[in-house]
Design a protein around this ligand. Structure first.
Ligand SMILES: Nc1ncnc2c1ncn2[C@@H]1O[C@H](COP(=O)(O)OP(=O)(O)OP(=O)(O)O)[C@@H](O)[C@H]1O
Ligand SMILES: [Mg+2]
Length: 389
């Protein structure tokens, strides 16, 4: 049993709160305030309503660069509730694995941030073995005794209950915890059973992997069949993309032609991350180039660096991914066409293995399937696959 909000239709509502530099839609960082977040009213409301109703498990899904972290940040800030936020991808990037030490370090710093404005929490945390109170903060002392995460959760729940507040534990890119000694799914499952004041919000891209990690449909998963509110972030529609670009450029006092806006919409396919990155790049350096084709070429070259770095990990697993992506980017969309492309390029691969790799690319959200066709899910990755792999 669960609620699914699939919000596909975005309607433009309202004005930009401030024009002239204060709120910038084209900033390349995750958004944190409501004023910075364009549209997404329905999704934001869905998160806030769930928290209000007492739904303690919220999942935000969507492909890369679609605005999950931004929505999460804004929801946390709009909810006005105390929270702890952990970014799975950042933790993972340190060692290619989420060690207990790395997790403790982030948790300690998040708890101290919280203690900074909720002093009453200090006493509760101080009672956890392996955590000491030092001055006005806490220190984890694993050399004395490793603090158990569930003991920390017990205390957080107790504290939240005492002050009568909901406490949010947010895990951005939670599925990176599949590479960890911390068994996040088990922790969440037992906390949902025991801790009525703790609320969980998880985000995840690479949608297939995230779903596998959550295991809602897997009998053996601790989260099997759990009640949750799922919020799916979709691409901006043409109309929302258009508004976003027009308002974003106007914040930079840039007049751009309709033809230019149309072209940007066509190239970036509603992915807000690329729309804002492109907008920022154009407003700050691209606008000196007058030839539109060259503008896009220059940007795609620049953005390729970001993507190449991301997919280098994938290519390390199997160099054959390279040929599959190349084939799809070049317009071979059918299962058999792509397979033939591989064979013609000297890639020795049997059908079962080929199927596994295709599925992985779908799980990682590098490609998507429409009817019987495979297509690239991200325009910049498409450019890279076509020109750089
Ligand atoms: N609704 C929005 N309005 C304005 N800018 C946005 C919006 N959503 C996202 N952005 C911008 O798009 C970029 C990507 O957003 P964000 O990092 O939140 O996405 P994400 O889905 O978490 O990406 P990733 O999968 O890489 O973690 C950021 O530069 C952010 O500022
Ligand atoms: Mg993110």
């Amino acid at each position: 049993m669960f609620l699914v909000y699939v919000v596909e239709k975005f309607k433009y509502r309202g004005e930009v709160s401030s024009i002239g530099g204060r709120y910038l839609y084209f900033s390349v960082f995750e958004k944190k305030c409501r004023e910075d977040l364009f549209d997404r009213d329905d999704e934001l409301q869905a998160v806030l309503n769930a928290l209000d109703r007492g739904d303690r498990f919220i999942v935000i899904k969507g492909v890369r660069r679609i605005g999950k972290s931004s929505l999460l940040n804004v929801a946390l800030s709009e909810s006005k509730l105390p929270y702890i936020k952990v970014d799975g991808r950042r933790l993972y990037s340190e060692f290619g694995y989420i060690t207990r030490d790395v997790f403790y370090r982030v948790l300690e710093s998040e708890l101290n941030r919280l203690v900074g404005f909720r002093k009453s929490l200090l006493r509760y945390l101080g009672s956890v073995k392996g955590i000491s109170v030092l001055g006005s903060g806490v220190v984890f002392e694993p050399s004395k005794r490793e603090p158990y995460v569930f003991e920390i959760l017990d205390q957080l729940n107790e504290w939240a209950g005492r002050i009568g507040e909901k406490l949010i534990l947010a895990f951005d890119e939670a599925h990176y915890f599949r590479f960890s000694v911390i068994r996040l799914q088990e922790l969440i499952a037992s906390s949902l059973d025991r801790h009525e004041y703790l609320y969980f919000i998880l985000t995840g891209s690479e949608v297939g992997l995230f779903e596998e990690f959550l295991g809602f449909k897997d009998y053996e998963s601790p989260l099997y069949g759990r009640y949750r509110v799922e919020i799916y972030l979709d691409r901006f529609t043409l109309e929302v993309s258009r508004r976003f670009l027009i308002e974003g450029f106007s914040q930079y006092n840039l007049n751009v032609s309709e033809e230019f806006i149309d072209k940007i919409i066509e190239v970036f396919d509603g992915l807000v991350g690329w729309l804002s990155y492109f907008g920022y790049w154009y407003a700050t350096q691209g606008s000196i180039v007058k030839d539109l084709d060259i503008v896009f070429k220059k940007f795609l070259e620049e953005a390729s660096g970001v993507v190449l770095n991301e997919i280098s990990h994938l290519l390390k697993y199997s160099p054959r991914y390279r040929f599959i992506l190349k084939a799809i980017a070049r317009g071979y969309t059918r299962w058999s066409e792509i397979y033939r492309f591989l064979l013609l390029n000297g890639v020795k691969i049997g059908r079962p293995r080929y199927n596994v790799l295709l599925k992985k690319l779908l799980d990682y959200s590098y490609i998507k399937k429409k009817d019987d066709s495979y297509i690239m899910a991200d325009p910049v990755i498409k450019y890279v696959a076509e020109n750089k792999l």
